[in-house]
Design a protein around this ligand. Structure first.
Ligand code: BDR
Ligand code: CA
Length: 303
């Protein structure tokens, strides 16, 4: 899989899951400006790569911001560095000299039908890859995104952050001719790291003390019922075990013109005479989701 991301607290936890799962292999990590500036998201990806020890995997920096709009960020949610209170060592190794869009295109070209593209940040890089090489749509085994919502937003009442950060890119991606697996807030809001989850993270050694807990604790209160939603891990968990998330076919259009609704993923489950362009997540088996994550985190923690 290629992970296109903007780490990001939940991006980091998704990357640990992908790295630690025997079912997955990370072929490349591409970064995009989103939660924090591109320089930070790339630096965080490099820190995670060395902390977790997958230094053979290329990391490439991509688009610093949206195709057409001024930049937004979510530093209020992810902290100034993007990784909450985590302070991982500075990376010794640099990113590849190439651009993220090239890494996406060349990785997919090299193994048509063999590589999943998972996008857990704004869709700027994916849209640019589609525009530059439309055949990526055929080459990718699939595109799974964490983004959108068919109910409420988090960036605005109507829009989820990753889509709202670059609505034109999202519109390009949804109209590209592939079936996008859209795992949105409707599902990911349920992936809450409660006290019981944090306690088990604490038992994963340095992984827990240096990364997992400083990430989840940054959000503040963790109680028996409340805590941060680990959105991005849902997209990776879906690839490991598709039975965790129920998907339903739909037509998804991205609102780019609305004064109050820009970035809204207008989701029509009725289909009528239109061909679905998305499989949309509608429910999450929360208990099995956490069992999967905590088992992988325990294994990674054991080294
Ligand atoms: C998404 O927005 C970002 O802040 C998170 O990393 C996640 O990808 C959730 O709306
Ligand atoms: Ca993200």
């Amino acid at each position: 899989m290629i992970i296109d991301c903007d780490p990001g607290i939940d991006d980091a936890l998704a990357i640990v899951l992908a790295h630690g799962s025997p079912a997955l292999e990370i072929a490349g990590i591409t970064t995009v400006g989103g939660n924090v500036e591109l320089e930070r998201t790339t630096d965080n990806a490099l820190r995670l790569r060395e902390f977790l020890g997958f230094t053979g995997v290329p990391v490439a920096a991509g688009s610093a911001g949206a195709l057409l709009r001024s930049r937004v960020n979510a530093a209020g949610v992810h902290g100034v560095t993007g990784l909450g209170e985590a302070r991982l060592p500075a990376p010794a190794l640099p990113a590849t000299g190439g651009h993220a869009v090239d890494l996406i295109i060349e990785t997919l070209r090299a193994d048509p039908g063999g590589v999943d593209l998972v996008a857990i940040g704004p869709l700027s890089n994916v849209a640019l890859a589609v525009l530059r090489e439309p055949r990526v749509v055929e080459w990718a085994r699939g595109l799974t995104i964490l983004g959108g919502s068919y109910t409420r937003g988090n960036f605005s009442p109507a829009a989820e952050f990753n889509i709202a950060a670059d609505p034109e890119a999202a519109a390009i991606v949804f109209a590209a001719g592939w079936t996008v697996t859209m795992i949105g807030l409707d599902v990911s809001r349920r992936a809450v790291a409660t006290r019981a989850v944090a306690d088990r993270m604490a038992a994963t050694g340095r992984l827990g003390t240096d990364l997992l807990l400083p990430c989840v604790r940054f959000h503040g209160m963790i109680t028996a019922e409340e805590g941060p939603a680990i959105h991005d891990a849902c997209a990776v968990a879906h690839l490991i075990d598709p039975s965790l998330i129920t998907l339903e076919p739909a037509v998804v259009d991205v609102e780019t013109a609305g004064r109050f609704t820009s970035g809204m993923t207008v989701t029509d489950f009725r289909l009528r005479d239109r061909v679905p362009n998305a499989l949309v997540g509608t429910s999450l088996d929360v208990d099995r989701f956490w069992e999967l994550l905590l088992a992988v985190y325990a294994r990674v923690g054991e080294g």
